[in-house]
Design a protein around this ligand. Structure first.
Ligand SMILES: Cc1cc2nc3c(=O)[nH]c(=O)nc-3n(C[C@H](O)[C@H](O)[C@H](O)COP(=O)(O)OP(=O)(O)OC[C@H]3O[C@@H](n4cnc5c(N)ncnc54)[C@H](O)[C@@H]3O)c2cc1C
Length: 477
């Protein structure tokens, strides 16, 4: 793509966009371009990609419906300029960063609930709907969504589909991708496809999966039909303490083998000890039976029941970080958002491995991090034994220096250590990220994870998007 030529064309592109979406929905002022050109990732944690923050979007457009999205995408095709779908802008990997400039396509005005169907237990909604608004719309029908991330108050339906996010109820309902029944998608040439709202097909491949977790590289999701769930008639919270992580892990895998499916499952080890947080939801008899058997499973694994309170409190505060983000960061200038993080040198890593490798992985990762004087302050299994997270901080001297509030040597060491443990996960048969996508932060490691699969993805990309306009520079495509 010839960026110099593109830059010359911007006033004309902006005028054409205004013809489609209305002048008031086309933003070219410096402040808007600045705030739309980053998500929740800060340059500090984009270790090998912080140059990506140098490029701002050229224009932001806020379409009203799929027809306008289609016209905008066609227009971008003709002009040969990038289009970057923007949901809530809360991604933590830099997925919406306009690394080659272009049009930020803010889906925020596509926020209607089209239909709620209590019989099929589905909700048909527009792409930009914020998850909290979906919860609120379902509540009077006695229904709820299956996806419940920390970021419920700030993340959008299509953004969570495009990153295939994981939330607090994923132990029972799976990640956001599992909630998708059907999608409406504007393809890179402007055509609109609709998959059918049935839970399973045997009439060709399931095209929904081309867009789930694809970070906007294959098209723009404009509408989704999602699975929804009856609000549970019974809920029981339980907390078990274990002497060590391995004992808790044994309890979790035994529960899985027996087919016990709590909605929440979180095994966390931190400075306070090892706690297993569980929530059982559903019909009364099922919840009681699952609780009874879980008590004996945890007892046999050496755990002791410390009552519901720690998990009740955990559950009550699960969205606090996102509410704080909404109050103090969302929509603010980039520098102001980044300043919140100054001097906070940590990283939160989310690997997925075959369950039988997780404990060995932990021991090997510990050794790598120890050698670099990086401390793990929290280990966690979230939802299932394969989903393993580590919160890491530089050990010892954490001087805050420089304009951005960090010591470059400490940062470089953290970056190298993070790469070592992420590639270890890949080398042990796992993946480097199960939750937040790749964005720009993990881009440099994706090629080694995908191997030949990357060629297949690239072939599909070239067929659907020969000019490469859809969120270029992401997913190695
Ligand atoms: C405080 C906080 C807590 C968080 N907690 C969690 C958590 O518990 N679990 C979790 O999984 N994540 C969490 N996140 C990360 C973030 O909320 C998720 O990654 C979320 O899925 C992103 O949704 P979004 O609407 O903000 O997407 P955006 O950041 O706007 O976009 C994410 C990606 O999706 C693409 N995209 C957006 N809309 C479309 C569309 N219509 N069509 C095609 N592509 C599109 C974008 O181009 C980008 O690549 C958290 C973030 C914060 C700030």
């Amino acid at each position: 793509m010839n960026t110099t030529a593109n830059r010359r064309n911007w006033p004309a592109v902006a005028a054409n966009l205004a013809d489609v979406a209305g002048r008031e929905n086309v933003l070219t002022d410096e402040a808007s371009l600045d705030r739309y050109s980053a998500d929740a990732l800060t340059p500090y944690r984009a270790y090998y990609a912080d140059a990506a923050f140098d490029r701002l979007a050229d224009v932001v457009v806020r379409p009203a419906d799929a027809a306008q999205v289609s016209q905008i995408v066609e227009l971008a095709q003709r002009a040969g300029v990038p289009v970057i779908p923007y949901g809530g802008g809360t991604g933590v990997m830099g997925g919406i960063l306009p690394v080659r400039g272009g049009i930020i396509l803010d889906l925020g005005r596509l926020n209607r609930v089209i239909n709620i169907d209590p019989v099929s237990r589905t909700a048909e909604v527009e792409a930009g709907l914020i998850l909290q608004d979906l919860y609120d719309a379902l509540e009077p029908h006695g229904l709820m969504p299956g996806h419940d991330p920390y970021s419920v108050p700030i993340a959008s339906v299509a953004g969570t589909i495009s990153t295939n996010g994981v939330g607090y109820r994923a132990a029972a309902f799976g990640p956001m991708g599992d909630q998708v029944v059907a999608l409406e998608v504007v393809l890179p040439d402007g055509r609109i496809i609709n998959t059918r709202p049935v839970p399973k097909q045997s009439s060709g491949p399931d095209l929904n999966h081309l867009f789930i977790g694809s970070e906007g590289t294959f098209g723009v999701i404009t509408r989704a039909t999602l699975r929804v769930f009856r609000k549970p008639e019974a809920a029981e919270y339980a907390t078990f303490e274990f002497a060590d992580f391995d004992a808790g892990f044994a309890a979790v895998t035994e529960m899985g083998a027996l087919g016990i499916r709590p909605t929440l499952l979180d095994l966390t080890e931190d400075s306070e000890g090892v706690l297993l947080h569980l929530l059982f939801e559903g019909y009364r008899e099922g919840v009681d039976a699952a609780m009874r058997r879980t008590l004996s499973v945890c007892d046999e694994a050496g755990g002791w029941n410390v009552g519901p309170e720690p998990t009740l409190s955990y559950w009550k505060h699960r969205h606090d970080s996102a509410m704080n983000y909404r109050e103090t960061a969302l929509g603010r200038p980039r520098e102001e958002r980044w300043r919140r993080q100054w001097g906070r040198t940590f990283d939160y890593l989310h690997m997925s491995l075959p369950a039988d490798r997780v404990l060995e992985y932990r021991r090997r990762a510990d050794r790598l991090l120890e050698a670099r004087k990086i401390k793990v302050v929290e280990y966690c299994l979230w939802s299932r034994p394969e989903f393993f997270s580590m919160l890491v901080v530089p050990d010892g001297d954490r001087r805050v220096v420089g304009r951005d509030g960090y010591d470059p040597d400490v940062r470089d060491n953290l970056a190298a250590g993070v790469d070592e443990v992420l590639t270890l996960a890949q080398d042990m048969g796992g993946v480097m990220e199960y939750c937040h996508g790749v964005g720009i932060k993990l881009h440099h490691l994706l090629g080694r994870e995908l191997g030949v699969s990357r060629d297949a993805l690239l072939d599909i990309k070239r067929a659907l998007d020969p000019a490469g306009i859809m969120n270029p520079g992401k997913l190695t495509l």
